[in-house]
Design a binder for this molecule. Structure first.
Ligand SMILES: NC(=O)c1ccc[n+]([C@@H]2O[C@H](COP(=O)([O-])OP(=O)(O)OC[C@H]3O[C@@H](n4cnc5c(N)ncnc54)[C@H](OP(=O)(O)O)[C@@H]3O)[C@@H](O)[C@H]2O)c1
Length: 287
């Protein structure tokens, strides 16, 4: 039966990155079912179009749109943000969900280590480029998909690429810690603007991310059989995007729909400010 609850996101525009698979796709399906206008950002046109079809058919909502953007490329992020801003008049919820782990060291055109570029610098740049729109659309929400992996992360501002002692898991942990630091710093900067900023750990979830694990792949594929389903893993995103309970909650780390403490280093506000300054330089946002 169609009732009011089913359409509680009607009229809201939600942008979600990496929604062609895993947690992001499940969140997109449910939020579309609640009546939102969904904008999904994917790096591959074919995979994106397939996801649009699936989201539309699951939700019986035709308002699902695809933009193609490789988030490891700052030029594509800028082009996407420009196109989105000229084609849309509001943005109610931005969900920075896309994430990955690269098994070998490599740098982007800007000289940024690739895992760090996709998991942290892309959300930093995209969010800042869309900030005026989010403020104009207030009350609005920003949701960053982090990870408990951040507990083992450490930010060395003199070696943001972790080049001195790089390994895939260290780069992933550091990128997620940077995302938590960014969440808290942005929440402080947006205080009184009507835009909330929160991050979350979705749990250990059976998704494609485990297929990128190199020689550990067989073990991780087996371990993933015991993990949460992508639908379960999407729950905290859906909650943060749609629940009235968190309407005014900002600057928190969520697990299973509850605010939880994050790592000690993630609360270092001096570090957060310095990371912000470095990120402005590396994304060429500084004047
Ligand atoms: N699964 C877990 O246990 C777990 C635990 C903690 C946190 N997380 C986080 O949850 C988020 C979603 O991951 P998932 O588990 O759902 O994995 P997933 O199924 O692999 O989804 C990741 C999404 O990000 C997209 N993506 C990766 N690199 C991209 C790029 N350069 N440009 C644009 N999109 C890109 C992927 O696109 P393609 O399909 O084209 O690769 C995919 O749509 C990630 O931020 C991840 O770090 C997951």
């Amino acid at each position: 039966m169609i009732n009011e609850i089913s359409f509680k996101m009607k009229g809201k525009t939600i942008l979600i990155t990496g929604a062609n698979s895993g947690i992001g796709k499940e969140a997109a399906k449910e939020l579309a079912k609640m009546g939102a206008n969904l904008v999904i950002v994917c790096r591959n046109k074919e995979r994106g179009e397939k996801a649009v079809k699936e989201i539309k058919s699951y939700s019986a909502n035709e308002a699902v749109e695809l933009y193609v953007c490789d988030l490891s490329k700052q030029t594509e992020i800028r082009d996407f943000a420009r196109a989105f801003s000229s084609e849309h008049s509001r943005l109610d919820v931005l969900i920075n969900n896309a994430g990955t782990v690269y098994m070998s060291y490599g740098e982007t055109e800007e000289g940024i280590e690739r895992t760090m570029a996709v998991n942290y610098f892309a959300p930093f740049l995209l969010t800042n480029l869309l900030l005026d729109m989010l403020i104009k659309s207030a009350p609005s929400r920003i949701i960053n998909v982090a990870s408990d992996a951040h507990f083992s992360g450490h930010i060395d501002l003199t070696d943001i690429n972790s080049k001195k002692n790089w390994n895939p898991w260290r780069a992933y942990a550091n990128s997620k810690l940077a995302l938590v630091l960014f969440t808290y710093e942005l929440a402080r900067r947006l205080k009184d603007k009507g835009v909330t900023v929160n991050c979350l750990h979705p749990g250990a979830v059976r998704t494609n991310i485990w297929t990128h694990t190199g020689i550990l792949r067989p073990f991780m594929m087996f371990a993933s059989l015991f993990m949460k389903s992508p639908r379960k893993g999407a729950e905290t995103i859906i909650y943060l995007a749609s629940s009235q309970e968190v309407e005014h909650v900002t600057g928190k780390y969520f697990v299973n729909n509850k605010a939880r403490p994050s790592s000690k280093e993630s609360y270092d506000s001096d570090l957060a400010i310095k990371l912000w300054q470095l990120s402005m330089e590396l994304t060429k946002l500084s004047v």
